[in-house]
Design a protein around this ligand. Structure first.
Ligand SMILES: [Mn+2]
Length: 306
């Protein structure tokens, strides 16, 4: 009994939170509106959809950044969003949201302009890029989980990062980039339903496969809400409902009883290999493929990279 208590204590589980640790359910997911600024962010996204403005998602080239991009684009597109996704090129652009990556991302948008740009898994220290975007008339929403610098924080329309103002967000402190993108998407759907904008048929449980992949791949502690997200995300992964997930699992020869260690050692390395070679977009194409034929083609391509 003592060793169990030590085990739990070492994972930050107190007697008060023990019940939740053992009996977590999907309904235990906390209210995403606890993030300051998140309501402004989702209002702006619904406005963009109403006004047919382009929404540009700026992600990152590792598994967390790729799945975060895939998740947010999936939710927005299913609700009428005109979305362009951009992943920086590891060698040409380097990490993160920069003035250069902003211009390069804009070149990929039909018509060359967008009303709203959302960063996922990056952007918390991108003050200069945000200034540049504002000059271009773009509203920026930052979603990130990296540590904010002491000064020169980006002056974005909204900045959603549990490490920015962690008071009261203990259970969300270890979210990966894809976890933060999930919270924004969840808030977007709740707000849409409450204000008759949409979101009625968007089942947030369906995107938990992305959350499990990105969260486990990023090696963040499986504490607080990460436990619930990964627990249910693993169940979604096992179902292999998404063509890209199915193709990835089959190509990696992972058994149907997929475990978190399979993500760490077999699935994430394949997605990361694409980014490492400067071709993260093929991993994103796999994750967002809408049919099994395309998905197997992209998965075969990842085999070559790996
Ligand atoms: Mn990350």
């Amino acid at each position: 009994m003592r060793s169990v208590a030590l085990y739990l204590a070492s994972r930050g589980i107190t007697p008060e939170t023990l019940g939740r640790y053992l009996n977590a359910t999907f309904a235990d997911l906390s209210d995403p509106f606890r993030f300051a600024g998140i309501e402004i962010a989702v209002q702006r996204l619904w406005q963009a959809i109403r006004n047919r403005e382009r929404i540009l998602i700026h992600g990152d080239y590792d598994t967390d950044g790729i799945t975060a991009t895939a998740l947010l684009s999936w939710v927005l597109e299913r609700n009428g969003g005109l979305v362009t996704s951009f992943l920086p090129h590891r060698f040409d652009d380097g990490y993160g949201f920069t003035p250069d990556s902003l211009l390069k991302a804009l070149e990929t948008v039909p018509g060359g302009k967008c009303g709203v740009l959302v960063t996922v898994d990056c952007g918390i220290n991108s003050a200069e890029a945000v200034r540049k975007a504002r000059e271009l008339g773009i509203d920026v929403i930052i979603t990130d989980h990296h540590e904010p610098a002491e000064e020169d924080l980006p002056e974005a329309l909204a900045t959603i990062n549990p490490k920015l103002d962690p008071v009261g967000l203990d259970d969300l402190l270890h979210l990966a980039g894809v976890g933060v993108a999930f919270k924004l998407s969840h808030a977007f759907v709740i707000y849409g339903r409450a204000h008759n904008e949409g979101g009625y048929t968007t089942d947030m449980q369906e995107v938990l496969d992305y959350v499990a992949l990105g969260t486990v791949a990023d090696i963040v502690p499986l504490l607080g809400e990460n436990r619930i997200l990964v627990k249910y995300g693993m169940e979604m992964l096992k179902k292999q409902l998404r063509p890209g997930v199915n193709a990835l699992i089959q190509h990696a020869k992972v058994e149907s009883n997929i475990q978190p260690s399979d993500i760490t050692f077999k699935l994430a390395p394949r997605l990361n290999a694409a980014g490492r070679l400067g071709n993260a977009s093929s991993a994103l194409a796999l994750m967002t493929a809408d049919n099994i034929v395309d998905a197997y083609e992209y998965a075969a391509k990842l085999d070559e990279f790996n």
